[in-house]
Design a protein around this ligand. Structure first.
Ligand code: PDD
Length: 327
């Protein structure tokens, strides 16, 4: 979407002085320690928690946070390329919809999350980053009933991520099929990811990158990606209803495909139609676009990257370069 200006100061957000972000943490070895060892710098990453930027080792959440007790919260994942967020407004909008869907009253600071993220990326000295946002219903003694007056817990973490030059290489991956064991409200970006985690690990254990989920005979999506198939020159993808997450990369592809002369059909399709497709591709914020060349060990088409996948991947990379990298 639009290119954004460099960082503005972060607005003051609720919870700034409530002390929840300042308790001492148990020392745990973190992935960033490895990164900082490699680069021989002693700079500790900062995260954003309840209105404050704090060093990672000092960021602690209450043990009765409803995110931990009930997965009672929602999240977003977005990418920064060359210091600029990709389709920020779409992520903010989906976060709002997810919060509405779980009846978490939208806090007024949501609009400021973009500036918080800019600031977090800057404070961590990153240009290419993956941003994780999490909002839970807050902390209260364990009770299924919504707590009265709890303040939502807001967390943002910035992770180093590949540049567009590195991420822009089209990957050919394998996938497995896996029964979709999730609930009936998959359009909510809920913290409740155990079915996705279990299926993804089945995939990785069998040497594949992704598990493509199906409800009975109907393909829905991947554990962390949207799925498209190509049949007779058309691009098919499951409709954005309650059975899939309305992927933002999915929407980007749907917007770009007609410009390449590729018609998009949002329709359901079967396991058989996927296995006999000319091409299968997965897409998502962290994956961008990847060609799926084998499913359950069976080649898709000739078992190599197909021409439409290559074109769509190129269109997404160009879009990112134009909108984030000034190119
Ligand atoms: N996952 N489907 C599911 C189930 C997902 O979890 C995701 C994203 C997608 C792709 O959506 P988008 O294009 O908006 O990233 C589809 C994120 C990246 C994650 O959980 O890490």
């Amino acid at each position: 979407m639009e290119a954004r200006k460099p960082v503005k100061p972060a607005p003051t957000l609720p919870g700034k002085d409530d002390g929840r972000g300042s308790q001492a943490a148990t020392p745990v070895r973190r992935s960033w320690e490895w990164l900082s060892c490699r680069s021989m710098t002693a700079i500790e990453p900062q995260v954003y928690l309840n209105g404050q930027f704090v060093p990672r080792s000092q960021a602690t959440m209450d043990i009765e946070d409803r995110g931990a007790l009930f997965a009672d919260g929602v999240y977003e994942v977005l990418r920064y390329f060359a210091g600029r967020p990709l389709v920020l407004e779409d992520h903010l909008q989906r976060l709002r919809l997810s919060m509405q869907a779980i009846r978490l009253t939208e806090p007024p600071w949501v609009t400021g999350l973009g500036h918080v993220s800019d600031e977090l990326v800057r404070r961590n000295g990153l240009a290419d980053a993956t941003l994780y946002w999490q909002v839970t219903r807050g902390s209260a003694p364990r009770d299924h009933v919504f707590p009265k007056g709890a303040t939502p817990t807001v967390l943002a973490i910035a992770y180093p991520a590949p540049s567009i030059e590195q991420a822009g290489q089209l990957a050919a991956v394998e996938a497995i099929l896996h029964e979709d064991l999730r609930w009936h409200l998959c359009s909510i970006k809920s913290l409740m990811l155990l079915p996705n985690v279990l299926a993804k690990n089945r995939a990785v254990e069998s040497g594949a990158r992704e598990a493509i989920l199906h409800r009975g005979n109907r393909i829905t999506e991947g554990t962390s990606t949207s799925v498209f198939i190509v049949r007779s020159g058309e691009l098919w993808t499951h409709p954005a209803d309650q059975w899939i997450l309305g992927g933002i990369t999915r929407r980007l592809l749907i917007g770009l495909a007609p410009g390449l002369g590729v018609p998009v059909v949002e329709r359901t399709y079967t396991v058989e139609q996927l296995l006999t497709a000319d091409e299968v591709l997965i897409c998502g914020t962290t994956t961008l676009v990847a060609a799926v060349v084998r499913v359950d060990g069976q080649p898709i088409g000739p078992g190599s990257v197909g021409p439409l996948t290559r074109q769509l991947h190129g269109a997404v990379v160009d879009y990112i370069k134009r909108n984030c990298c000034g190119g």
